[in-house]
Design a protein around this ligand. Sequence first.
Ligand SMILES: O=P(O)(O)OC[C@@]1(O)O[C@H](CO)[C@@H](O)[C@@H]1O
Ligand SMILES: [Mn+2]
Length: 441
Amino acid sequence: MAVVPASLSGQDVGSFAYLTIKDRIPQILTKVIDTLHRHKSEFFEKHGEEGVEAEKKAISLLSKLRNELQTDKPFIPLVEKFVDTDIWNQYLEYQQSLLNESDGKSRWFYSPWLLVECYMYRRIHEAIIQSPPIDYFDVFKESKEQNFYESQESIIALCTHLQQLIRTIEDLDENQLKDEFFELLQISLWGNKCDLSLSGGESSSQNTDVLNSLEDLKPFILLNDMEHLWSLLSNCKKTREKASVTRVYIVLDNSGFELVTDLVLANFLLSSELATEVHFYGKTIPWFVSDTTIHDFNWLIEQVKSSNHKWMSKCGADWEEYIKMGKWVYHNHIFWTLPHEYCAMPQVAPDLYAELQKAHLILFKGDLNYRKLTGDRKWEFSVPFHQALNGFHPAPLCTIRTIKAEIQVGLQPGQGEQLLASEPSWWTTGKYGIFQYDGPL
Ligand SMILES: O=P(O)(O)OC[C@@]1(O)O[C@H](CO)[C@@H](O)[C@@H]1O
Ligand SMILES: [Mn+2]
């Protein structure tokens, strides 16, 4: 086993992990409770008194959770039987055993930050599934939909751009096609600024003109491996035999505007023939406020399709067609909402690892994916990405992430330290972004 650094943790007072556990997570929980309150009459209309009782139960479970968090109580096992309950409880026991070896405190401020945050979202889900008949309710749905509605203008601009591009795509030479690819990659990168967990669940939509801001944003791309993605995919296209496939997997992050940018990119991959199939992975339960579930995915495509705007609705119709034809495939797997780092995937979810090995390229969207890829550990800035992946190499992969947590590897010697000295919060605001590739060059 390779030696790896310690996990980020709320133990480090003043760190972003500490502030998240102290302020942001309780704020999100309070918002969840408030959301349930506000839906009381809807639950009554749908389920009568039973619905109101269920709402009360969910709220009391969530208030208890908030109290456990704020008084730094030990983690308790999950109780409700669900597909991942046993794996979760085993992991909690394992973490407890690690802590027993040191000071024995398996609690909110003493456990690895990644576990703490994942545990909180899993406990929210538990409170909901313990409260039938409202056990289907997505407490973050409203915020995700709001993000989509508030980004309408940018979405229209993006869809129009895509449709114009597709019309002339066959006339483009290699360099022009590459430029377009790079442009859509960057849009997908900056789309990741809009997550709702960083903003404590408050609205964080796309209202700047991202298409026209790309040049201004370029200096903030700290690592730029876009060229590797182009060589890889254009090479696949050139060497591909008739009837053979190029599969790109996108491990999705946030719904709303970010998801639109990812779908636009996925559409371009097919239209340019850089890929012949795009596979998407979302979350099986509501997660980190804005993460995409199958319901969000279907809902958003339906919304895009039913838009009054000609080009936007054309996009939605095309996307639905890709799904019907099997060119776009959406997958679910519980692994994505477990607390494990990705290097544990071959042991914990060998079926998923085997599936990922079929990809020609995997794109990991967003900050949480980066944290899980690198184990959410205190790596030195200059440690190579390949090393931080700690054996996770299912296929060539690239992370597309705006930096929103105190973890970054693969920088030039001194680069991270310099940023820290001039701008202490540089790595928690989403101002900077990366395309970081690992795979054959
Ligand atoms: O994965 P995403 O949506 O890009 O970001 C998730 C995030 O908001 O959640 C964590 C804090 O709650 C941070 O790691 C990160 O900023
Ligand atoms: Mn997210």
